[in-house]
Design a protein around this ligand. Structure first.
Ligand code: FAD
Length: 371
């Protein structure tokens, strides 16, 4: 008795157009072409210059995913083993201490190096094409899905203008300090009276700074330099490089998609950088979108824009809770600054010493609420 098994393989000719060419766009494009999906990236009209002072902290599980499913970035990362959190309100006593049993808790990299690596590997790939402004036809009929990461595209303005937004009236000042050679594998965050200040090591001789302060105090570059020097207790600083600033907001899109059109990256959700989670959220989104596509391919189903609603159902509520969690941390320390007492920091310190609670904090920073 013979059993005949027919394997029907549906040819995957899916075509995706991604609007914008920031980190979210290029990382997503690379993840999709690795699945042999054709991707055209439409370059933003106002091409923003790559900022050399910006860095990103990527969690351990997101780095593993990035290396495996997007592109191997081991050569451009700097590994951190611990994160120490202090509060100026507790006279710079340690509030929390996060360690990993493995060799890394978080990794830091320079945004422009990641951008360049992604761009280089995409350019070589036959599934990838860049559309410059002349080639743009604003006709998306040939694509199965159009994904926008670009705030300024007409598609974004047309379909994705309903946001839940909270402007912090704060700016993040970022720079890279150069210092004497040290064993530089511990990140430090200090909740100062002016706002959260992070020292994020990127090499034995260089550390990236992210200092978020209230706009109402009208800090200038000189004042920021003075505050960095005041709070630094670790590094013998040789040079403070160019300081740049970014406006901060907490944002969630009400709807992630409209038929064939899907929003992605910071356009879907923007958060305060105090926990270094913005791009980590996008990596988790890419992981989920890939899983949905993989499931369709495995079941022999065609890949069409029905994946947009599936993606929204799986991510929107979790992203909303996560962004609000980060906003809560921001408001919590804001309140303490305004109250001018240290009861809240003391209670955080107390709970953080409990090893189970400490593990929950580490897991949330690593995997978000997709535990
Ligand atoms: C100070 C700071 C520190 C951060 N640290 C971390 C961290 O440690 N870890 C982490 O996970 N995340 C961090 N983030 C968040 C992370 O940087 C963002 O999530 C990520 O860069 C978003 O990429 P994107 O491609 O979605 O958006 P964008 O980079 O904004 O790009 C989207 C599109 O819009 C275009 N565009 C952007 N700005 C303009 C403009 N002004 N004019 C015209 N076009 C424009 C771009 O060219 C691109 O096509 C931090 C953010 C800030 C502000």
């Amino acid at each position: 008795m013979y059993h005949l098994i027919f394997v029907v393989k549906i040819k995957n000719n899916m075509r995706v157009c991604i609007l914008g060419n920031g980190l979210s766009s290029l990382a997503l494009a690379k993840a999709l072409i690795n699945k042999k999906i054709y991707v055209d990236v439409e370059v933003s009209k106002n091409k923003s210059k790559l900022n050399k002072s910006r860095t990103l902290g990527i969690s351990k599980s997101n780095l593993d995913f990035f290396n495996k499913k997007i592109i191997n970035i081991e050569k451009i990362i700097w590994k951190l083993k611990q994160i120490h959190i202090y509060s100026e309100n507790l006279k710079n006593e340690k509030l929390l201490d996060f360690k990993s049993k493995e060799d890394q808790l978080f990794s830091i990299l320079k945004n422009y190096e990641l951008h360049n690596n992604l761009e280089k590997s995409l350019k070589k790939n036959k599934y990838f094409k860049t559309l410059n402004s002349k080639e743009k036809k604003n006709n998306y009929d040939n694509y199965d899905i159009i994904i926008t990461t670009d705030y300024f595209s007409s598609i974004t303005k047309k379909y994705f203008n309903k946001q839940i937004i909270k402007k912090y009236n704060s700016s993040a000042f970022v720079t890279i300090i150069e210092h004497h050679n040290i064993l530089n594998d511990v990140a430090t965050q200090i909740f100062t009276k002016d706002g959260p200040l992070a020292f994020l090591p990127i090499s034995p001789k260089m550390t990236s700074i992210v200092y978020s302060v209230d706009n109402s105090k009208k800090y200038n570059i000189e004042k920021i330099e003075e505050l960095i020097k005041k709070h630094n207790f670790k590094y013998k600083i040789k040079k403070i490089n160019n300081i740049e600033s970014f406006d901060l907001k907490c944002l969630n899109l009400r709807s992630y998609y409209n038929k064939k059109f899907l929003a992605f990256g910071d356009l879907l959700h923007s958060i305060h950088p105090l926990a270094g989670q913005g791009f980590n959220m996008t990596i988790r989104d890419i992981k989920i979108l890939l899983k949905i596509i993989e499931n369709k391919i495995n079941l022999g189903l065609p890949i069409d824009y029905s994946i947009n609603s599936e993606f929204e159902n799986k991510t929107r509520h979790k992203n909303f809770i996560f962004t609000n969690g980060i906003d809560f941390i921001h408001e919590f320390f804001n309140l303490e600054r305004k109250m001018n007492n240290n009861t809240l920091s003391k209670s955080i310190q107390y709970f953080g010493r409990n090893s189970s609670i400490n593990k929950v904090f580490i897991s949330l920073a690593d995997k978000g609420i997709y535990i």
